[in-house]
Design a binder for this molecule. Structure first.
Ligand code: NDP
Length: 296
């Protein structure tokens, strides 16, 4: 078997178009457009690139983008005061504080200061609680992106499937497992203490690898025909002395066994910003008591 490649880049482009249409419908209904505020503290170059891309794609989707750049020595109280101003600002529907923050700042306290109804990154404990309780709320972007790709690949037919999620972080593993559970999969969460990991993974119809270990999942771990979602982003030495990106899955080997697989790069990665735009539109609708957009 040669696995079908799950093209996250193409899916994300389609999602951005649907969000753009959703924004136009929102504008027609309310006379306003959703707004996303992104807060960047410090001058980490990778974070600056992410923030720039987020702002650009927000504007392209027809929404307002508000960027707040603060110096790296910003005091905790000043950062929280900004978050509180954004909470109170009616033109802001989504707030994202770019992580990681400089070491002297308490990330949990800052994220906890965000109004959960504007928590488009889905990292607030209230967002995690809503997800675990099956209540409507905002789901963090990478897990949401994984789920959209899985649903699309399996034509929504997830009930009763065995899903194994490798990794139990708050950012990826736990929310992905909750989403799969909500879709009626039988979910196993594996982690660094899991015994016989290969045997556990081998029973999965759906594998989500979110570990951060280059090419850890091998072909003989995977059930023939399984859907394999590779969240990992790892930089490894390349033959030319530079580096290249690989995931947590041995893509070449696993592709011979799996039914479908996300590449790295070009799989889960491109979904993250598209899902942020999706969440901003959903937050704007939820805050006004409007139902979920049926386009999604
Ligand atoms: P964390 O480091 O927070 O979590 C890694 C998880 O993997 C932990 O639960 C850990 O277990 C588990 N783990 C580590 N080693 C093993 C092992 N040998 N066997 C089984 N499980 C193991 O990472 P994140 O969840 O934040 O990210 C995971 C990967 O996804 C990274 O490569 C990251 O770069 C990537 N990523 C990609 C994104 C994207 O947009 N595509 C977004 C976010 C992350 P334990 O809990 O026991 O320590």
């Amino acid at each position: 078997m040669t696995a079908a490649i799950i093209d996250g880049k193409e899916f994300a482009a389609g999602l951005r178009v649907r969000v753009g249409e959703g924004v136009q419908a929102f504008k027609a209904e309310t006379g306003s457009v959703p707004g996303l505020a992104v807060v960047l503290v410090g001058d980490d170059p990778a974070s600056a690139v992410y923030v720039r891309n987020k702002g650009k794609q927000t504007v392209e989707a027809g929404m307002n983008s508000f960027e707040h750049k603060l110096p790296s020595d910003t005091a905790q109280a000043d950062l929280i005061a900004l978050v509180e101003r954004l909470n109170a600002d009616e033109s802001v529907d989504g707030i994202l504080v770019q992580l990681p923050l400089p070491g002297h700042l308490d990330e949990l306290a800052v994220v906890s200061a965000i109004n959960p109804d504007k928590d488009v990154d889905g990292l607030h404990v209230v967002s995690a609680g809503r997800l675990a309780s099956g209540l409507p709320g905002l789901v963090s972007c990478t897990p949401l992106g994984c789920m959209m790709l899985i649903r699309d690949t399996l034509n929504g037919d997830l009930a009763g499937k065995e899903a194994v999620v490798i990794g139990r972080s708050i950012l990826v593993g736990k929310p992905v497992a909750q989403l799969l559970l909500a879709a009626n999969c039988t979910v196993t969460m594996a982690h660094s203490r899991t015994r016989d990991l290969a045997d556990v993974v081998r029973r999965a119809d759906i594998v989500v690898a979110a570990v951060g270990r280059p090419e850890m999942v091998k072909a003989d771990w995977v059930k023939p025909g399984a859907c394999v979602i590779d969240v990992g982003i790892n930089r490894v030495p390349a033959a030319d002395g530079k580096t290249r990106l690989v995931g947590d899955v041995d893509t070449a080997g696993v592709s011979a066994v799996a039914g479908s697989i996300t590449p790295v790069p070009g799989g889960v990665g491109p979904m993250t910003i598209a899902c942020l735009l999706h969440n901003t539109l959903q937050a704007a609708r939820m805050r006004r008591g409007m139902p979920q957009d049926r386009r999604f």
